[in-house]
Design a protein around this ligand. Structure first.
Ligand code: ASP
Length: 288
């Protein structure tokens, strides 16, 4: 039997009230990134495809990661990423890295190292020694917004994350996730994205999450879904059971998932997931 390949990507959650003017540019961006990711998936493997898709999402200012990253309460950017090679059962990542353009590229390189999960000190040293681009995602608009917000705090659903999950022609699975965290989170807060709660894969399934990081950590969401599929539940049943439990506990998050057979499944508790994939007929499809 020919292995069915599949790539699913996401750019976080938006509100149900958000109109076409905010949805359409996201659809266009996701379509281009999905196409680029598929080229890598077809010519290389799932791990390289999720790294490439995630890096392109990081480079797009529409999404809260890399170039589009948001700011913490002390006015600093802290970027996190997680990468899981399901075939080798190997996790790598970046926790609150600063002055780095593509945290997912560093996570990709760390797969070959003994120390695979680095905080900001390690990120600075490794990024420099690997010659990765030094980059400050600060724009005058964002810094002004931060300055304004400090004096008039109000509720905002201003966060987001990007991610990609894939299965390749050899049946290898991988998941990648990258985030700027939550707008005005406390200095040094760590998101779920650089942990196996927010990003995980094994030989049966790959999952990338977005939403309220503490809720994702509390549910160990990505790991919970992956273990359930590994134990024999179908992807759909594993996602449905995990989200049913999460809704009972009023969690606020979403996930994209792909299994070994190339089935894709996306789910959210609240909000609207900004995700895209190719359906079984190969047509570009979005969840929003
Ligand atoms: N999960 C991210 C965090 O809590 C934010 C998001 O995905 O919206 O930092």
């Amino acid at each position: 039997m020919v292995q069915r390949i599949r790539l699913v990507i996401h750019g976080g959650l938006i509100d149900h009230e958000d109109g076409e003017e905010s949805r359409q540019p996201r659809r266009e961006a996701l379509q281009q990134i999905l196409d680029a990711g598929y080229q890598v998936l077809e010519s290389q493997d799932a791990l390289q495809a999720v790294i490439q898709a995630c890096a392109l999402l990081e480079d797009n200012p529409l999404f809260n990661a890399g170039t589009g990253a948001t700011i913490q309460r002390d006015g600093q950017f802290r970027l996190s990423s997680g990468l899981m090679d399901g075939n080798r059962q190997s996790f790598s990542g970046v926790i609150n890295g600063r002055l780095i353009k593509n945290p997912i590229h560093l996570a990709g390189k760390l797969q070959q190292f003994e120390d695979r999960l680095l905080d900001s000190t390690g990120v600075e040293i490794q990024a420099r020694s690997l010659g990765l681009e030094v980059y400050d995602p600060g724009t005058p608009e964002l810094v002004n917004r931060w300055a304004e917000f400090r004096f008039t705090p109000r509720f905002t659903r201003s966060h987001g994350t990007v991610g990609a999950v894939a299965v390749d022609a050899q049946g290898k699975l991988a998941a990648a996730t990258s985030t700027g965290g939550r707008f005005m989170a406390g200095a040094g807060r760590v998101s779920d994205s650089c942990t196996p709660a927010g990003n995980y894969a094994d030989e049966s399934c790959a999952v990338s999450c977005t939403g309220h990081g503490e809720d994702i950590l509390d549910e160990a969401l990505a790991t919970r879904i992956v273990v359930r599929v590994g134990d024999g539940l179908s992807l759909e049943a594993a996602v449905e059971r995990s989200f049913h439990e999460a809704k009972e506990r009023s969690r606020d998050f979403a996930a994209i998932c792909v299994d070994l057979d190339g089935n894709a499944h996306c789910a959210e508790t609240l909000g609207l997931l900004v995700a895209a994939y190719r359906n079984d007929a190969g047509a570009f499809t979005t969840t929003f």
